[in-house]
Design a protein around this ligand. Sequence first.
Ligand SMILES: [Zn+2]
Length: 99
Amino acid sequence: MIIFGTKGYLYTLAMITLVCGRCGNPAAHSLKKRVTKFSLFFVPLFPINTKYVTQCTFCGAAQQLSKEQAEQLQASAQQPHQQPQYGQPAVHDHQHPTA
Ligand SMILES: [Zn+2]
């Protein structure tokens, strides 16, 4: 008797601050890679499917990404100077009227 099946693996690649499409909050999103592997006699042999998703840590909404989108996000997450700055005003209004 041959026992075969699939086994799923979930990897967290990065944490990225994104504006969520569902709740609208600029929340931390986890970038995850889900790999499905073909297994034979409970031994995983080779990946048959790879999916990338982002998940909002605020509301839990998950969104599927293409490999290209996921790689772009991961690359941008590794450049901290391009991260949004918290505690900074979103609107830069330097034209304060002086009386
Ligand atoms: Zn959300």
